[in-house]
Design a binder for this molecule. Structure first.
Ligand SMILES: *Cc1c(COP(=O)(O)O)cnc(C)c1O
Length: 399
C-alpha cells in the first residue's frame, strides 16, 4: 500500500498571539487609517516601517498595500513611464511584468539558467536595451549579485529588486533588497510574513523615498512616516508627484510587527524543511535540484525540481501521480496559465521573441510550496513520494 500525504500545501501557520492582541487593540481604538493618530501616538504603520528599515539596514522603508504596488511605485518614483523598456526575468510571476505594464512601460525578458537565476550573459547582452532592471529573485534563488551589479553598473542600469521570495535572504551577507536602488517585498499570505495583502519598499535614496511616500497616498502628512527624508526633498517633489493610493493600515501593520521579530527563526525553520526534501530527492534519476551557492543565504519556503528534457507527457504523468498521493506540484511548462503559474509567452501584452534556452528550463520545471505547517517528517514523506513517482515514470520511459 503506497503512502499518501494528507497535509495542505496552502495552509500557513496562525498569526502569532502577540499580533492578534495588537490587532485587537487597533480595532478597539477605531483608528485604522495610518494617519489617524492620537496625540503623541506614532502608530503601528510607522513603527513597522522603522522596524523593517532596521531589519534590512535600509535608510528608508515604506509600507504599502502589496508587493506588486511596491514595484509599480518604485518604477514611478524612478521616473519610468509610458513607452520605456524595463528588463525583467522571463521566469517570474505575473505581478512583475504586470507592475511594469501598469506604468505603461514594456517588459523585456531576460532568460533563466538551470540554477533558476537570471541568465547574466543574456543580461549583459541586453543591458543596452533599457535603463532599469526589475530583478525578480524568483522562488528565492539569488543570482551572483556581485557579477550582476557589475554588469548593471557598467551599463548604467538601475536595479529594482523583487524580494517577494527573499525576505530574510542575503548574498555574501548583504540582504536581498539592499543591492539595488530599491527593494520590494510582499506580505501576502504565501510569502514570509502574512498580513493577507501588503508590501514594503526600501531604499537609501531620499528623493526616491519622498516620491514613493507621496505616490503611496500620504497627502501632505508624510512627516508621520516611520523614516522621513528631509523636508526640502519633499518640497522639491511634492507638486509634481501624483497620489496613487496604496497605503498600509494600522491593522495589518499590527499583525506584521511580531512576525518580523520572528522572521529569522522562521527562515531557519523553512530551511530545515527544504533540506529534508532536498536530501530525500538527491540522486533521483532524471531529476535535478538547484545547487545553492555558498554566498547565498536563502529561505527555503518552496523547492524547485527540474526534469530536464523530459517529454511533456512524462512530466504530466509525474504531476498526476504525485497529486494522486497528495503531493501538489506546480508546472512552469504548462501551455496554458494555471493557478498562480504562468509563462512569459502567456503575457501577450508583453510580446517576446521565443527564448529556446529558457523554454527548455521552464518545460521541465516543477515547483512545490513548503509551508511551515509541514513537519520534518511530512517533508521526508513528500520527498519519498516524489522520488518514487519520478522513478516510476523514468523507468517506464526507459522501457
Ligand atoms: C507574490 C509575488 C509578487 C507580488 O506580491 P503581491 O503582494 O501579491 O502583489 C511579486 N513577485 C513575486 C515573484 C511574487 O511571488
Amino acid at each position: 500500500m503506497s503512502e499518501i500525504f494528507k497535509g495542505s500545501f496552502t495552509q500557513q501557520e496562525p498569526i502569532p498571539e502577540a499580533g492578534i492582541a495588537a490587532a485587537l487593540e487597533v480595532m478597539r481604538s477605531g483608528r485604522l487609517h495610518r494617519y489617524n493618530l492620537a496625540p503623541g501616538e506614532a502608530g503601528e504603520a510607522a513603527a513597522l516601517e522603522r522596524d523593517f528599515a532596521d531589519y534590512t539596514g535600509a535608510r528608508h522603508a515604506l509600507a504599502v498595500t502589496s508587493g506588486g504596488y511596491a514595484m509599480a511605485t518604485a518604477l514611478r518614483a524612478l521616473g519610468v513611464g509610458p513607452g520605456d523598456r524595463v528588463l525583467t526575468n522571463a521566469f517570474t510571476l505575473a505581478p512583475v511584468p504586470g507592475a511594469i505594464a501598469s506604468v505603461g512601460a514594456q517588459p523585456v525578458f531576460v532568460g533563466v539558467t538551470e540554477q533558476l537565476t537570471i541568465d547574466l550573459d543574456d543580461l549583459a547582452d541586453r543591458a543596452g536595451e533599457a535603463s532599469v532592471l526589475m530583478l525578480s529573485h524568483m522562488r528565492g534563488h539569488l543570482a551572483d549579485m556581485d557579477r550582476l551589479m557589475g554588469i548593471c553598473d557598467a551599463h548604467g542600469l538601475t536595479v529594482i529588486e523583487d524580494c517577494a521570495h527573499t525576505m530574510g535572504a542575503a548574498w555574501r551577507g548583504t540582504p536581498s533588497g539592499r543591492w539595488g536602488r530599491v527593494g520590494c517585498f510582499s506580505t501576502q499570505t504565501y510569502k514570509h510574513m502574512n498580513s493577507g495583502e501588503g508590501g514594503f519598499l526600501i531604499t537609501d535614496d531620499d528623493t526616491v523615498m519622498a516620491r514613493a511616500v507621496i505616490l503611496s497616498g500620504s497627502y501632505m502628512l508624510y512627516a508621520r512616516h516611520g523614516t522621513v527624508p528631509p523636508e526640502d526633498v519633499f518640497e522639491a517633489v511634492k507638486y509634481d508627484t501624483p497620489n496613487v493610493s496604496g497605503r498600509m493600515d494600522h491593522l495589518r501593520a499590527a499583525i506584521l510587527r511580531p512576525q518580523l521579530r520572528m522572521l529569522d527563526e522562521q527562515c531557519d525553520r523553512w530551511n530545515a524543511r527544504y533540506r529534508v526534501v532536498e536530501e530525500g530527492l538527491r540522486g533521483t534519476p532524471g531529476l535535478t535540484l538547484a545547487e545553492r551557492p555558498a554566498p547565498e543565504r536563502f529561505v527555503g519556503s518552496s523547492i524547485q525540481m527540474l526534469l530536464l528534457d523530459w517529454e511533456d507527457g512524462a512530466v504530466e504523468d509525474v504531476i498526476r501521480r504525485c497529486a494522486a498521493r497528495g503531493v501538489e506540484l506546480k508546472w512552469f511548462g504548462g501551455a496554458e496559465p494555471a493557478g498562480f503559474t504562468s509563462r512569459y509567452d502567456s503575457w501577450r501584452y508583453a510580446p517576446s521573441a521565443p527564448m529556446p534556452a529558457t523554454d527548455r528550463i521552464l518545460r521541465g520545471l516543477l515547483d512545490m510550496r513548503l509551508p511551515l505547517t509541514f513537519s520534518l517528517a511530512d517533508c521526508a514523506q513528500i520527498a519519498r513520494i516524489i522520488r518514487a513517482e519520478v522513478g516510476a515514470v523514468w523507468q517506464a520511459r526507459a522501457a
